[in-house]
Design a protein around this ligand. Structure first.
Ligand code: SAM
Length: 286
């Protein structure tokens, strides 16, 4: 492990600050600074960007982002035990690291950031998925971020980039691919983390498109897709019964077969259905 900065190795930082990993906070730390610098590079050239990092922990990825030249990094960390270690990093990179303590699901970081903004994070699975869905479904587009570079369990990463017809295809694929370009940028074995998790991980890189691939209201699209995949083995006319009493007509209006199953429907079909549902709710349906 060669040094990427003048700060102590992460194992020393963890020992010095007593940062034993807590399962309840999903703490699996990356301690190899060459690896964290490599993850930071997946986010592209950061020299003219502010970076939002959620869950910095002892700061391995934070140090990667700063050593790779990020203009500024804002971190949000829930575990206050990590704050002294993060303050040491802030002192080594004067004026470039701001630390917020708290729950990323409850903090609005925008007042602390100047565009262009990129998001980079290695987060617990449930928090990561929740934040990803929020970042993908704001009412207006483009969003506050240019790109998201996020670590997930490999199985979740595969759901984000999945194509129609595959088992992994579902809500995450549709929401991600509707408004962004999504790809798996890196795969990591459990042994890359301390302590090692049970499963492999992958870094997903999403770039915001200037506008969604097809028009649709985000809230309606989310609702339709959630209902369709909640009962993914059922035909659409049954799975979507709760969306509208006239769902068969709306499916036909959207160019879909009421007997199709969610797994077969491409993104374009779900967007057409969301538009038909919206027209009906506005009383404009034929
Ligand atoms: N980024 C570090 C790394 O790569 O070594 C730590 C990664 S660890 C998987 C996840 C981090 O997210 C932990 O430091 C944990 O305390 C923090 N965390 C968990 N839930 C959080 C939340 N809701 N808001 C902010 N941070 C959270």
């Amino acid at each position: 492990m060669s040094a990427i900065d003048s700060l102590p190795p992460l194992r020393e930082v963890i020992a010095q600050h007593g940062l034993s990993a807590r399962k309840s906070l999903g703490q699996n730390f990356l301690l190899d600074l060459n690896l964290t610098a490599k993850i930071a590079r997946q986010a592209g050239n950061l020299s003219s960007c502010d970076v939002l990092e959620i869950g910095p922990g002892p700061g391995g990825l934070t140090r990667g982002l700063l050593s790779e030249g990020a203009r500024r990094v804002l971190v949000i960390e829930k575990d206050r035990r990590c704050l002294p270690a993060l303050q040491e990093i802030a002192a080594a990179y004067p004026g470039r690291l701001e630390i917020l303590e708290g729950d990323a699901l409850e903090i609005d970081p925008l007042a602390h950031l100047t565009p262009p903004i990129r998001v980079v994070a290695n987060l617990p699975y449930n928090v990561g998925t929740e934040l990803l869905v929020r970042w993908l479904t704001p009412p207006d587009w483009p969003p506050f971020w240019e790109s998201l570079t996020l670590m997930f369990q490999r199985e979740v990463a595969e759901r984000i980039v999945a194509e129609p017809g595959s088992k992994a295809y579902g809500r995450l694929a549709i929401l991600a691919q509707w408004r962004a370009e999504a790809r798996i940028a890196m795969q990591l074995p459990p042994g890359a983390f301390t302590p090692p998790p049970k499963v492999s991980s992958a870094v997903v890189h999403l770039t915001a498109l200037p506008q969604p691939r097809f028009p649709a209201n985000p809230a309606i699209l989310s609702r339709v897709v959630a209902a369709a995949f909640n009962q993914r083995r059922k035909m659409l006319r049954a799975a979507l019964k709760g969306v509208s009493p006239h769902i068969e007509d709306l499916l036909v209006e959207a160019g879909l077969k009421p007997t199709d199953r969610a797994e077969q429907i491409p993104l374009e079909g779900f967007c057409a259905l969301a538009r038909a549902v919206e027209r009906e709710s506005q009383g404009k349906s034929g």
